[in-house]
Write a protein that binds this ligand. Structure first.
Ligand code: UTP
Length: 289
């Protein structure tokens, strides 16, 4: 299988980050010097993705504007000795072929992904959640694509989390295949301690096959009355082989205030323009805490 298309569901309401996200989509919040969404697109492109569908809604037009050209602005930058910035704006807009579809009702992640059926057609495809950012040597999506291509089957990404945390994610029943790769035997959403299948939580990245669309269309609303991707994945792993990759990365949920602030600090420290002075600032501050 070759994975060239990706879907980024970004039509959630972002209620955990209100009031900031009332008018600014959480995917457009700046992380150091660029929006969260750009990091996700860069991971997709670095993993070999060429066509990207962003699932959006009526309140999130800033996302398609961001990946469009802005000739007036570029012209002004060129005329004022800022050609480098103008070229950078073009580079970002040309990173991939961008497509958009609206999720007209906020009916859950599974419902958002189902909006991609016509764009995907009959190919395998990647899914990257619009608020999960990764800091990794090898792009996390590439780690999944390599495994999916090797075993020729859908693949979910995740990590082991604590007993306290697993109830906030989906848990999985696994069988070891090789280092950091597993067969997925079962999966459930936000388990109670009794329902927990293991501490391996599926988070943020997926390689799926088009048979997921019929499954999602037949999936009834689950937790919170939403069509849950996890319910669809449970049906998928019962119908055919599905694997999981324990990805090698630090993951940040930028849809939560804590994850957003941690990502801001870590990415600022890593950035050559901001890292050195921020490190000094933090060390100085720490003396008075
Ligand atoms: P989240 O639960 O993290 O996003 O959904 P949310 O619903 O915006 O969050 P809160 O709890 O209200 O703060 C995971 C992913 O699924 C997308 C979100 O945009 C996010 O990328 N999503 C969720 C949709 O695209 N549509 C939906 O109906 C729900």
């Amino acid at each position: 299988m070759k994975v060239k298309k990706a879907v980024i569901p970004a039509a959630g309401l972002g209620t955990r980050m209100l009031p900031a996200t009332k008018t600014v989509p959480k995917e457009m919040l700046p992380l150091v010097d660029k929006p969260v969404l750009q990091y996700i697109i860069e991971e997709a492109v670095d993993s070999g993705i060429e066509d990207i569908l962003i699932v959006t809604n009526r309140a999130k037009t800033a996302m398609d504007d961001y990946f469009d050209y802005y000739p007036e602005l570029e012209h002004r930058l060129m005329g004022t000795g800022k050609a480098e910035q103008a070229h950078e704006l073009r580079r970002v807009a040309d990173m991939a072929n961008f497509f958009y579809v609206r999720q007209r009702e906020t009916r859950g992640l599974g419902h958002a992904i189902a909006r991609a059926r016509h764009f995907i057609g009959d190919e395998p495809f990647a899914v990257l959640l619009g608020d999960d950012i990764m800091m990794a040597e090898k792009p996390v999506l590439k780690q999944l694509i390599d495994a999916a291509e090797k075993y020729d089957c859908p693949c979910v990404g995740g990590q082991y989390v604590s007993d306290e945390a697993i109830g906030a994610y989906s848990s999985t029943k696994l069988r070891a295949l090789e280092d950091r790769i597993y067969d997925v035997l079962d999966i459930n959403e936000k388990p109670t301690p009794e329902e927990k299948l293991s501490n391996f939580a599926v988070m943020g990245r997926y390689v799926l096959t088009p048979d997921i669309f019929d499954i999602l269309d037949a999936t009834p609303p689950g937790r919170n009355g939403e069509i849950q991707l996890t319910d669809g994945l449970a049906a998928l792993c019962h119908a055919r082989r599905m694997i999981a990759v324990d990805y090698d990365a630090r993951r940040y949920d930028t849809g939560s205030l804590r994850g957003f602030l941690e990502a801001t600090i870590d990415f600022s420290l890593k950035n050559p323009d901001t890292g050195p002075w921020l490190r000094e600032f933090i060390l100085e501050k720490a003396k008075t805490l």
